[in-house]
Design a protein around this ligand. Structure first.
Ligand code: C6P
Length: 412
């Protein structure tokens, strides 16, 4: 595999890599502050998808003809890029899924049917996205197990003593987010995994909001499962990765049945394919995988050191600037935060503020961010959320602050 040369971080040049940032919204240059929902795509990824469909498309793992073999090679090379990117021991442990939601559903359903029984428990946390609540609720209901929820304090940090106290021998899996999409909190997942392993409990980490901002290393973290979505890390929609330790994946039953995941089929009995194909039924999202591989190359070129440094500067600057707005309250003030800021102003409804910001060309997310239980804990209907990627700059934050001030003149 080719080594990737890292770029010098020049924010103006970086912005030119993202064609969407050139467009206008409501007659104003766009300020895109919703990368936590889905990030924008660099030209390299867009061009790769275009080239694939123009020159390289055929089904994979099926054809003896050259075009199919080329597509298969490109597909499997992208899997190797994923493996290397997250430092997984083997590419057999890197399963392509539709996204983080499907990754969690796969584990809840397959691991759950094999390992969760009546009277057992699943442990999640109060800051989870619905994707990391509902699949566990469903399997707990089916298996007669209990869903336990570790609490979060007012700052939006996990209460670790309580979390650890809930890890008793009934708990068959812990499932938690690496970074909260609503609060921005970065959870100490390595320490949590160590603690869970001391008690013999495997851990799934929802990495949807971590991987766009920080390097993850499966061997260092020692996570049993780690899942993320391509579309939040500058890749295409509809593709994601579930990393799982071979020792678990080998024991788990298939999630979906169909082509590709089988070795032999008769009407009496089917035998299943080897990993990772056992969990990849049907024609995969070939272009998505190839585009994801390109997104990984792009991230490597920009470099996580540059990404982290730039985003941290944006987070600090935005926190300072927003805090000067009278009546503005930041929800989620953990010590360790990713570049996500949720806020409310007075008792103004987040939708009202979001709608005015939209008219000013500023895209933020408003609402409960698929974390309704967390909103209930704070006693709020939702928040306005500004989330930054490395392609944002200080001018974006200045426009946001200016926009909020203008909106407040109309709403107060
Ligand atoms: N959060 C947000 O605006 P999918 O939809 O499968 O790509 O990712 C689901 C998901 C799982 N976990 C976390 C922590 C997430 O943030 C998300 C997606 C988006 O916050 C869309 S709701």
């Amino acid at each position: 595999m080719q080594a990737t040369a890292q770029k010098v971080f020049d924010i103006d040049k970086i912005r030119q890599d993202f064609p969407l940032l050139e467009r206008e919204m409501n007659g104003k240059p766009i300020v895109f502050l919703d990368s936590a929902a889905s990030s924008q795509k660099p030209s390299a990824v867009i061009d790769k998808l275009n080239d694939y469909y123009r020159q390289g498309h055929a089904n994979v793992h099926r054809g003896v003809y050259q075009l199919s073999q080329e597509a298969t090679t490109a597909f499997e090379e992208a899997r190797e890029l994923v493996r290397e990117f997250i430092n997984a021991p083997s590419s057999k442990e890197c399963i392509f899924v539709r996204g983080c939601t499907e990754g969690i559903n796969l584990v809840a359903s397959s691991y759950g049917r094999k390992f969760i029984n009546e009277g057992d428990a699943v442990l999640i946390t109060a800051m989870e996205h619905h994707s990391n609540i509902v699949p566990w609720q469903m399997i707990c209901e089916e298996r007669g197990a209990e869903l336990r929820v570790a609490p979060v304090n007012d700052e939006g940090e996990l209460m670790l003593d309580e979390l650890y106290a809930l890890m008793d021998d009934k708990v068959k899996i812990v499932s938690l987010s690496h970074v909260s999409n609503t609060l921005g909190t970065v959870n100490p997942v390595k320490a949590i995994i160590q603690k869970a392993h001391q008690k013999g409990i495997p851990v799934l980490v929802d990495g949807a909001q971590a991987i766009p901002h920080t390097q993850v290393d499966m061997q260092e973290l020692d996570a049993d499962f780690y899942t993320f979505s391509g579309h939040k890390m500058f890749g295409p929609t509809g593709i994601g990765v579930l990393y799982g330790k071979e020792k678990w994946l080998e024991q788990m039953p298939p999630y979906h049945g169909g082509g590709e995941m089988i070795k032999t089929v008769t009407f009496e009995k089917t035998t299943y394919n080897e990993l990772p194909h056992k969990f990849e039924a049907g024609t995969p999202d070939i272009s998505g995988v190839i585009g994801l591989g390109e997104a990984i190359q792009y991230i490597k070129e920009v470099g996580y050191d540059n990404i982290s440094r730039h985003e941290h500067e944006l987070l600090v600057y935005a926190t300072e600037q927003l805090s000067q707005i009278e009546g503005l309250r930041i929800i989620g003030t953990a010590k360790d935060k990713a570049s996500v800021i949720s806020f409310l102003v007075d008792d103004i409804h987040p939708y009202d503020l979001g709608a005015i910001l939209d008219k000013l060309g500023i895209a933020v997310r408003t609402g409960h961010h698929c974390t309704q239980p967390l909103m209930d804990q704070y006693g709020i209907p939702g928040t306005v959320r500004a989330s930054f990627a490395f392609y944002n700059n200080r001018a974006d934050i200045d426009r946001l602050v200016e926009g909020i001030n203008r909106a407040l003149k109309m709403l107060r």
